[in-house]
Design a protein around this ligand. Structure first.
Ligand SMILES: *Cc1c(COP(=O)(O)O)cnc(C)c1O
Length: 410
């Protein structure tokens, strides 16, 4: 399939493993079994776009149109994915011993997770190329987002998820009209089903990093952050890492802005990749100095979004961490839910288990001196806690109004 490229700023696509240039007007999946970058003529963008013009546009991801892949406005598939707030957390930060702790709250996006950013771009580009049916494996939130954006585009969507995927993720995919299936395996097993089905059924594979555009959607997290921090980036970013598109996309955004000369501070943030001791392939590879991660066996964590035993873009994640001077941290699986509850109850932000892991990592890094009390720290809250009904389940005391209320017990 080919389509006319109407946006002049995409210069080419590029194989991430070998730098080979690829034509942007054709649908691509992987190149030598590895992901593909979208590259732009940043000099031209700089000539066409000023910060002033950018700031005058509506606060959605589409305000960064020049830095997004080729599209025709009529092909955009959107659920109004807007700019998410950066929320200062003085109460929690104070308890932890940090003076500048903030959360970028992605739980406020359509379908309640940052996956909507990637799907907005992936489905828009699939639409651009005339794709009618998409399919993907998911640990949970990607399936819900893909189903919603596919419905919005009038496409068919096939979703495959592990049997123990959070129940809301199962329901939301079906509610948005997807053909959803449970698989008795992990996300990589679901990926194999999609891989077979795409030949048999003619599906377009939306898997993490297996098409070039989800990263570009995730990139808007970094663009927004730069704008929200007045073009001086925070010192440290904590990000839960599964397939890695979020971390890779954000690092790509910072580099594009730097190349455009838009950043007012020469210091780039240190990217800290967070995983659980139950599934930490990136941390293992980082610690042993490898460029590729060895897939972990029997991956298990309550933070389903980061239960990814092997990532096709492992080297891109590790490159970003190392180039930024950051690190990769595995937190004790048992620390995840307590931190999720604590952060939610202390600041009122709807914190997902993946972000619970990030708060555990922040404390760990403060204790071991990786970060210090005066660092400007941003933790990404990648999803809404309400989507994890199993993790937040509890029993409320029943007030029997047929009897006089015992106020002493309230
Ligand atoms: C998918 C997901 C992640 C992991 O994101 P990647 O960019 O794929 O590494 C983290 N948190 C939540 C809530 C997710 O849904």
């Amino acid at each position: 399939m080919t389509a006319t490229v109407t946006n002049n700023f995409v210069s080419h696509l590029e194989g991430a493993i070998d730098g080979e240039h690829l034509p942007p007007e054709i649908v691509h999946t992987l190149h030598h079994e590895r992901p593909i970058w979208v590259r732009y003529d940043l000099e031209q963008i700089n000539k066409s776009l000023s910060k002033q013009v950018l700031l005058s546009r509506p606060p959605t991801i589409w305000r960064y149109a020049e830095l997004l892949p080729a599209y025709e406005p009529s092909k955009i598939v959107s659920l109004g994915e807007g700019m998410t707030p950066v929320l200062p957390c003085p109460r929690l930060g104070g308890e932890m011993g940090l003076n500048h702790l903030s959360v970028k709250d992605e739980s406020q996006l359509p379908t309640g997770s940052f996956k909507s950013r990637g799907m907005a771009l992936a489905i828009t580009m699939a639409n651009h190329f005339g794709v009618k049916t998409v399919a993907l494996p998911t640990a949970g939130n990607a399936g819900g987002a893909a189903a919603a954006y596919a419905a919005r585009a009038g496409m068919q969507c096939y979703v495959f998820m592990p049997q123990d995927t959070p129940i809301i993720n199962q329901y939301e995919a079906v509610a948005a009209g997807a053909h959803a299936f449970l698989v008795n395996g992990l996300i990589n097993d679901c990926g194999s089903v999609v891989n077979k089905g795409k030949d048999e059924m003619g599906w377009f594979d939306l898997s993490t990093l297996k098409e070039p555009y989800r990263i570009e959607g995730k990139k808007t997290m970094g663009l927004e952050l730069a704008e929200q921090f007045d073009w001086k980036l925070p010192d440290v970013i904590f990000y839960p890492t599964g397939g890695g598109t979020g971390l890779i996309g954000m690092w790509k955004a910072f580099n594009e802005l730097r190349e455009m000369g838009w950043l007012d501070s020469p210091v780039m943030p240190r990217m800290i990749s967070v995983q659980s001791t139950g599934c930490s392939p990136i941390v293992n590879a980082y610690d042993s100095g490898q460029r590729h991660a060895t897939p972990v066996q029997s991956a298990e964590t309550i933070a389903r979004g980061i239960r990814v035993p092997g990532a096709v873009g492992d080297f891109m994640i590790l490159d970003a961490i190392r180039q930024s001077g950051g690190t990769a941290v595995a937190v004790d699986e048992d620390a995840i839910l307590p931190w999720m509850s604590r952060a939610t109850a202390t600041e009122g932000i709807s914190v997902c288990p993946e972000t619970g892991a990030c708060f555990a990592a922040v404390q760990q890094c403060l204790d071991d001196g990786t970060i210090s009390a005066n660092d400007n720290i941003v933790v990404f809250n990648t999803g809404a806690s309400q989507k994890y009904s199993e993790a937040i389940a509890c029993e409320l005391p029943l007030l029997n109004i047929e009897q006089p209320i015992n106020w002493a017990a309230i």
